[in-house]
Ligand binder design. Structure first.
Ligand SMILES: NC(=O)c1ccc[n+]([C@@H]2O[C@H](COP(=O)([O-])OP(=O)(O)OC[C@H]3O[C@@H](n4cnc5c(N)ncnc54)[C@H](OP(=O)(O)O)[C@@H]3O)[C@@H](O)[C@H]2O)c1
Length: 287
């Protein structure tokens, strides 16, 4: 299958990692444009191609243009490119919650439009380069040819792809935010609770990192619901009551969160064939 040449608009975390990895996988990166010229320059030094001074110059140079800019500027960048010659070219953004419709202005000019979202958290560059290959990419394409190009990129990165039905990108992205971003929130809350006991930061980190890593390993190896452990799976009513009392004295938001998470966990306990009536009764007591 022939590979499109690539153009990158936005040399940030995602644009840089994709350009580097795809160029290593044999793609030709022809042009890079970014708001800050030096960032585009640094990227082309690593991947080849030209650092250009306008987004329109990227469209002229490449077959497939990746708009790796912040979500809020995707539509504005697309609008600024409506006078370019798009026939036979593709445009895909990498925003998780936006669908291809935000590139309609380019579709009207003959572009094949879509989106290509790596389901991966870009927190650090080295982690991204190591982890992005083998991850999953949400692919949305309005033409068969663009779909082939985008699937080809996912496969060249040793990744897999999933198709998100039209209009469902927000739900798709929300699932990833719950699994990744809010895991960080939960970790931060647990860290604060342990530190409030006077524990050293290093010990707290070691305890939580071991716990989270083992939980992820259990999820990978045993899946749901077997990976669920803890008082809800043992029907330890006294323990859950003690948690509720401790949180009532510690932090009202943490108490609300605990109740809600316990409630959302009820179906998993039921899947294990364990009793659940007591959970509802206890978490709604004195609410
Ligand atoms: N971060 C993640 O974990 C992640 C994961 C998957 C998908 N995404 C999506 O990927 C996209 C990019 O995210 P990111 O994390 O890479 O953001 P980022 O690191 O902030 O990079 C965005 C880049 O776009 C450049 N830029 C901003 N406005 C521009 C404009 N008008 N024209 C040209 N370039 C412009 C920025 O400018 P400078 O040149 O001044 O730096 C920056 O280099 C977003 O849609 C995001 O939702 C992010």
């Amino acid at each position: 299958m022939s590979r499109p040449s690539l153009g990158i608009i936005g040399a940030g975390n995602v644009g840089t990692a994709l350009a580097l990895l795809l160029s290593r996988a044999g793609y030709e990166v022809r042009a890079v444009f970014s708001r800050t010229e030096s960032r585009a320059q640094r990227l082309v030094e690593a991947v080849g191609g030209q650092a250009v001074t306008s987004a329109a110059a990227v469209v002229e140079a490449a077959d497939l243009i990746l708009l790796t800019v912040p979500d809020d500027v995707v539509a504005a960048v697309a609008l600024s490119l409506q006078d370019s010659e798009w026939s036979g070219k593709g445009a895909a953004h990498t925003a998780g919650a936006l669908d291809a419709a935000c590139l309609d202005v380019l579709a009207a000019r003959g572009a094949m439009t879509g989106s290509f979202h790596p389901a991966f958290p870009f927190a650090g560059f080295e982690t991204a380069l190591a982890g992005l290959p083998r991850s999953v990419f949400a692919v949305e394409a309005r033409t068969v040819e663009l779909q082939r190009w985008l699937i080809g990129m996912a496969e060249a990165l040793s990744g897999r792809w999933l198709a998100v039905p039209a209009g469902q990108k927000a739900l798709y992205h929300c699932a990833l935010v719950i699994a990744s971003n809010y895991l960080v929130t939960l970790y931060a809350l647990a860290e604060r609770m342990l530190q409030s006991l006077g524990a050293e930061h290093e010990i707290v980190s070691q305890a939580l990192n071991a716990l989270v890593q083992a939980t992820v390993d259990n999820l990978r190896e045993q899946g749901i619901p077997q990976a669920l452990t803890g008082p809800l799976t043992r029907a330890d009513v006294g323990t859950v009551r003690a948690h509720l009392n401790a949180l009532a004295a510690y932090d009202r938001d943490a108490l609300m969160l605990y109740r809600l998470l316990a409630q959302v966990t009820v179906p998993l306990v039921a899947q294990r064939g364990l009793p659940t009536e007591w959970i509802d009764a206890l978490i709604h007591q004195e609410e």
